[in-house]
Design a protein around this ligand. Structure first.
Ligand SMILES: NC(=O)c1ccc[n+]([C@@H]2O[C@H](COP(=O)([O-])OP(=O)(O)OC[C@H]3O[C@@H](n4cnc5c(N)ncnc54)[C@H](OP(=O)(O)O)[C@@H]3O)[C@@H](O)[C@H]2O)c1
Length: 334
């Protein structure tokens, strides 16, 4: 006869479980997700631990409330009951994607093209779309920018931004960052790199020197804070104002600081607009329209995504590893 414990286990799913904002997820049993109307249960194939995954799970991202316990994970590659490989968003909280089974919302499920490496897709969609959306928006409005400046080029999002910018027609990509391996990786895809030192004036001078009189049509800023202030100083310097070129400065991430002072003289002396790109500022329809395009680029190898995998049961080690710079950490089923 079935014991109560057997029944409980039948109704649970193996998952990463985060119990508080300041803890690390542990592997365990969580109540099985329900496929309510508008969703279906899919099996995990690969899920990336992105910066936003950690800040959303811990309630620190502006889009999340912070409810515990929670299964982290905002998206994943998964397999449907009829065998299709899909890219999906997570279900309703507390059900994230770091679980053997996921309640996949019908409105946010996309076919993964044949031949795709699921781990690369799981690693690449979030950081890649971060620049793909502003780059395609800028191109549609004003043509491809000749020069693109990337602040934080050493992160995965920065590396993919460098590839995306080239693919979308930028003649010149200048990328600023700290870590030598990250700079070397960006240089290998045709980026002119410069080292950030943390000294505001020195970094401003290095950015101005690298731009060498070019005004970037687009700035993709993944770090903000003092790095943005150095960029503002460089863009406002006498050498930074090419006649007739307007700069669209897009704030995407804030790893160096949540605030940055914008000099009044920059706004008066240059044709520059400063805006942000993220959940809330980019229409959901625009994101949904571009995901299949970007899935195709990762699937056919046009965009190279660095990743390293951990089994779901090793989620605690994976979470800690994801806090270090380097290839994107991806969870796969045991
Ligand atoms: N808005 C969106 O749509 C969107 C989408 C995806 C990502 N993002 C955001 O974009 C940012 C980058 O994401 P990612 O995936 O590239 O993360 P990542 O791969 O973890 O890389 C983070 C990078 O940030 C750099 N960094 C951290 N603190 C810095 C500082 N004080 N000065 C200069 N560089 C610093 C590190 O540089 P070093 O290695 O050189 O130390 C590291 O390479 C995150 O804030 C993320 O949340 C936004």
């Amino acid at each position: 006869m079935e014991s109560l414990n057997d029944v409980k286990l039948e109704l649970s799913v193996k998952a990463a479980i985060l119990r508080s904002a300041d803890s690390i997820p542990v592997y365990g049993d969580f109540a099985e997700p329900d496929a309510d109307e508008g969703s279906q249960i899919v099996d995990l194939v690969a899920a990336g631990i992105h910066q936003v995954t950690r800040s959303a799970a811990t309630g620190r991202h502006y889009s999340q409330a912070g409810v515990f316990p929670v299964i982290p994970g905002l998206n994943a590659v998964a397999r449907t009951a009829d065998g299709q490989l899909v890219f999906t968003a997570s279900g309703r909280p507390p059900y994230g994607t770091f679980a053997e089974r996921i309640a996949s919302p019908d409105a946010m499920r996309f076919a993964v093209p044949q031949g795709a490496q699921p781990e690369a897709v799981a690693a690449g969609i979030n950081p890649g779309m971060a620049s793909w959306l502003p780059l395609t928006a800028r191109r549609a409005e004003a043509g491809a920018p000749l020069t693109v400046l990337i602040l934080g080029v050493t992160g995965v999002a920065g590396y993919l931004a460098a590839q995306n910018a080239r693919l979308l027609g930028a003649a010149r990509v200048v990328g600023a960052g700290r870590s030598e391996p990250g700079l070397a990786r960006a240089a290998a895809v045709g980026t002119q790199t410069l080292s950030l030192t943390g000294d505001l004036a020195a970094d401003a001078a290095a950015i101005a020197a690298a731009l060498d009189g070019d005004t970037p049509g687009l700035v993709l800023d993944f770090v903000w804070g003092p790095v943005a202030e150095s960029a503002f100083a460089a863009l406002g310097s006498p050498a930074g104002g090419e006649e007739g070129v307007s700069t669209s400065y897009v704030q995407i991430g804030a790893l160096a600081g949540l605030t940055a002072a914008v000099p009044a003289t920059l706004l008066r002396s240059r044709k520059i607009t400063i805006s942000g790109s993220g959940l809330g500022s980019v229409p959901a329809a625009a994101i949904k329209a571009q995901i299949p395009v970007y899935l195709g680029l990762i699937a056919d190898g046009t965009i190279q995504v660095p990743f390293r995998t951990f089994p779901l049961s090793q989620v605690a080690a994976a979470w800690t590893a994801s806090m270090q710079s380097g290839p994107r950490v991806v969870l796969v089923p045991d």
